[in-house]
Design a protein around this ligand. Sequence first.
Ligand SMILES: [Zn+2]
Length: 68
Amino acid sequence: MKRILTISFVLLLICSTALAYVGNRNTRKFHYESCNSAHEIKPSNRVHIETRDEAINNGYVPCKRCNP
Ligand SMILES: [Zn+2]
């Protein structure tokens, strides 16, 4: 039972990481964390975004490359 709980916890962690977004404070665009453009954002302009709604509500526009 403990083992199953550990596995589900790890899976949950993987899923939440995969769905995280990165915003660019400078261009006001947001990306999937896996997007190449997201990797090019300067650390000073990089904003971590949990959900798509959060990005839209903060005035971010989806990236045309990764289409989040
Ligand atoms: Zn992108």
